[in-house]
Design a protein around this ligand. Structure first.
Ligand SMILES: Cc1cc2nc3c(=O)[nH]c(=O)nc-3n(C[C@H](O)[C@H](O)[C@H](O)COP(=O)(O)OP(=O)(O)OC[C@H]3O[C@@H](n4cnc5c(N)ncnc54)[C@H](O)[C@@H]3O)c2cc1C
Length: 481
């Protein structure tokens, strides 16, 4: 399908393309590059949110860097003025200890200011053959969406345009209006409010590392974004504002003194802090008719694992591979994409949720879990690298996550044995053991889902296909299974 355009001022036009992508963020850019590489014509419609004001993805794991390069963005990555990230430094507040978790195989990620990272991606993809960027435009309605294709409207400068496409990709971020337009529900929990400021990077004790400050009255994440400048994100209760932190500076009391005073100084400065809400979202499905969800539109979680953008680029590669394998069969391609990405996404969202509870939770059970994390990482080099592989999206199997969680709980019990406070030990053991429930449930649910998907693909569908072709009667076929 090739693109034809006929724009008359104020009059809606009809154009035909292979793919319309709603959203030119990390996910939309990566998918545009991936699908254009297959020779498809792509119309990338982007509303043009001001990325200089957003508190959003800035730390990119090595997997994300690798995927971007494989999608042909190597020149953009090389031109970024980014800071190297060699892993995480986790700073525990009680007991006051630090564990450094390097990426596996000496790999290096990057961190840089959000707009500096994303704007060049959009500029680069707009120059790709096969990609047309429709900037400052917003998808406003999906009028038709079935197995044959989609028809949708987008507005630009007050003019409504109509486009027909074989495939619609919703890459319009976590609030995803397009997901709602195509009628896909989601599981949504608002977790907390993030406040972000910039500080002098000299106050971060481990250069070239993402810093996680855990176990204090607030959780915080920090990393350098340019020479001498670091971003600090402070996780505050839902609905908080900068005024909350100004009024209660004691919330920062467990952070290193130099960092604390930098944050408070920054709050007094002329630049307003950037704010964002931290959400857990999981769409109930990632495909409907000829529409598919990618990036945050499909799922997002608390940013403490810094995995959002790596996951966007992974989605782009998974969709490209699915379309490459089934070029003539879109439903089959989308089914494959959904199947490929779902287990890893479930693990990512469950990991972020479990880790957030462990890092920020204030009850006895979560304190014991933090002791377990510290003990595990300090006593088991294998455990430290397994945890880091999960954090960095190198490992995405739910059963591995559940196994690691059990190890941490085991180490928590061992660490508590050496605690002198018998009463506190007893109070912590029950919630610590109870916290194992959700990760184990997730692991079982994920396994059941994968077995069901395998059964459908390998047994049910082939038998049904045979039955339809007259080889076996459908009733007999399914009766014998
Ligand atoms: C506080 C915070 C910190 C984070 N830190 C990290 C981190 O360090 N590392 C990391 O990897 N991830 C991080 N993330 C997550 C990361 O920012 C996201 O995963 C990533 O930005 C998602 O990209 P996306 O393209 O799916 O969506 P977005 O980046 O939200 O882009 C969506 C695009 O869609 C456009 N759009 C919206 N509606 C329409 C419409 N109707 N029509 C057309 N276009 C539309 C918007 O203009 C925008 O350009 C963080 C998130 C938060 C909230």
């Amino acid at each position: 399908m090739s693109m034809t355009s006929c724009c008359v001022m104020g009059v809606a036009c009809v154009r035909d393309v292979d793919v319309v992508i709603a959203g030119g963020g990390p996910a939309g850019c990566a998918v545009a590059a991936a699908l254009a590489e297959l020779g498809l014509s792509v119309l990338l419609v982007d509303a043009g949110v001001d990325r200089h004001k957003q508190l959003s993805g800035e730390l990119l794991h090595p997997t994300g860097v690798r995927d971007l390069r494989s999608l042909g963005f190597g020149d953009v990555v090389d031109a970024w003025t980014s800071q190297p990230v060699r892993g995480f430094a986790v700073l525990f507040s009680a007991p006051e200890r630090t564990v450094v978790l390097p990426y596996g195989h000496g790999a290096t990620g990057v961190s840089l200011e959000h707009a500096t990272l994303t704007v060049p991606l959009l500029e680069a993809v707009a120059r790709r053959p096969g990609v047309t960027l429709q900037a400052h435009s917003r998808v406003t309605a999906v009028e038709q969406n079935d197995a044959h294709g989609v028809r949708l409207r987008f507005s630009h400068d007050g003019v409504e345009h109509t486009v027909r496409a074989r495939l619609l990709v919703a890459a319009d971020g976590r609030a995803s209006p397009v997901r709602r337009m195509v009628g896909i529900a989601e599981r949504f929990t608002r977790i907390s409010t993030m406040l972000g400021v910039t500080v002098d990077s000299a106050c971060l004790p481990h250069p070239d590392h993402g810093h996680q400050f855990v176990g204090g009255s607030v959780y915080a994440l920090a990393y350098a974004i340019q020479p001498g400048v670091a971003r600090v994100m402070v996780d505050l209760p839902l609905g908080s504002t900068a005024a909350t932190l100004k009024a209660q500076p004691e919330l920062l009391r467990t952070l290193p003194p130099a960092l604390r005073s930098e944050i408070l100084q920054s709050l007094k400065g002329p630049l307003a802090p950037r704010m964002a809400s931290n959400d857990d979202r999981l769409a109930e499905t990632v495909r409907r008719g000829s529409a598919v969800l990618v990036g945050d539109a499909a799922s997002c979680c608390h940013p403490l694992t810094g995995s959002g953008m790596a996951s966007c680029f992974h989605d782009a590669r998974a969709l490209q591979e699915a379309m490459r394998r089934h070029p003539e069969d879109l439903p089959r391609a989308l089914e494959r994409y959904a199947r490929e990405r779902r287990p890893a996404q479930r693990t990512r969202v469950a990991l972020a949720s479990a880790l957030y509870d462990a890092c920020a939770g204030q009850d006895e059970g979560m304190r014991a879990l933090r002791l377990g994390l510290l003990h595990y990482w300090e006593h088991s080099p294998r455990g430290a690298s397994a945890s880091m592989a999960l954090l960095a999206s190198e490992e995405s199997r739910m059963r591995v996550m559940a196994r690691e969680y059990l190890c941490v709980v085991g180490h928590g019990l061992v660490a508590m044995r050496s605690s002198r406070r018998q009463e506190g030990r007893l109070r912590a053991t029950v919630p610590l053991l109870r916290s194992v429930g959700p990760p184990l449930r997730d692991a079982v649910a994920s396994t059941v889902e994968q077995v069901g998907s395998w059964w459908h693909r390998r047994v049910r569908r082939p038998v049904y296909t045979l039955a339809r072709s007259g080889w076996v009667s459908p009733r007999r076929a399914f009766a014998s299974n």
